[in-house]
Design a protein around this ligand. Structure first.
Ligand code: ADP
Ligand code: MG
Length: 256
């Protein structure tokens, strides 16, 4: 990448919300699973970017998050590291409701991911998939991507090998749900990446439909994170509809 992340070293981060977890200055301060720590080193991530310093402790604490930060600020790792680490430690089983439905998807035909990452475009979902695979190396976690504008059958085949983390564009995901190839009943971690672009592209009805799917019984407690470059009123509305008792983070100047 030609993005100079050092340029963001001094970006101030604004925080609000109840009981904001303290930011960290290094990845070693966080109790990541050891396989993930090794992958972070292997990827040459020496120290966290400003949004990562704040967002990672919030996400590791299981809190819902609304994070605003510009392109190139390292948002992918900010949500992927906590998701991977928490899945490996099965932290989602310790949630207050204690509802565990991992035995609900024994059929090999229906993929039941624990984490869902939504992105607006094929290009973005593929980038996230590539990064998430690097971060999940040697963990046993399966990361799969599904997006529109490509044959669905190869994606069905990829899903049949199992999926822990699903990266998806909204339209193709709904198609897969309607064809009973994907169920969202086990999703414990939901991330909307580039939420502002998702709305600009007209995906709000699809996104709302997907979140509704996750709220049908036997849905348990879900951790939800929204990432966006800007924070217009439409995103504020999504945040209040999808998040509960959430932490707000804004790195640098955030347009509305
Ligand atoms: P955003 O989603 O905010 O646009 P990305 O997550 O795509 O940003 O990150 C931009 C680039 O910086 C990617 O190539 C990513 O691998 C790299 N990167 C992110 N965080 C770090 C870090 N802490 N150390 C080194 N490189 C990083
Ligand atoms: Mg990004």
């Amino acid at each position: 990448s030609d993005v100079n992340i050092n340029a963001y070293d001094e970006t101030p981060v604004e925080t609000s919300g109840f009981d904001v977890p303290s930011p960290v200055t290094s990845f070693s301060e966080i109790d990541f699973s050891s396989a993930l720590s090794k992958n972070i080193k292997r990827c040459n991530f020496v120290k966290p970017t400003p949004i990562q310093r704040y967002a990672i402790p919030v996400a590791m604490a299981g809190r819902d998050l609304m994070a605003c930060a510009q392109t190139g600020s390292g948002k992918t790792a900010a949500y992927c590291f906590p998701i991977i680490s928490r899945i490996l430690r099965r932290d989602h089983k310790k949630n207050p409701a204690g509802i565990v439905t991992e035995d609900g998807c024994l059929s090999l035909k229906i993929a039941c991911p624990l984490a869902l990452i939504l992105a607006p475009t094929r290009e973005l979902s593929c980038q996230i998939h590539e990064e998430a695979k690097k971060f999940s190396n040697n963990t046993g976690l399966k990361v799969v991507v599904v997006y529109g504008g490509a044959p669905i059958y190869q994606q069905f085949r990829n899903l049949k090998k199992g999926v822990d983390i699903l990266v998806a564009t909204p339209g193709r995901l709904i198609d897969m749900i309607e064809r009973a190839r994907v169920s969202l009943r086990n999703v414990k971690y939901l991330t909307l990446d580039e939420a502002d672009r998702m709305l600009d592209m007209g995906f709000e009805p699809q996104v709302r439909k997907i979140v509704q799917q996750m709220e049908m019984p036997p849905a348990g407690v879900r951790q939800t994170m929204l990432f966006s470059a800007t924070f217009p009123i439409e995103i504020q509305k999504l945040a209040s509809d999808f998040l509960s008792n959430y932490i707000f983070l804004a790195a640098g100047k955030v347009g509305s």
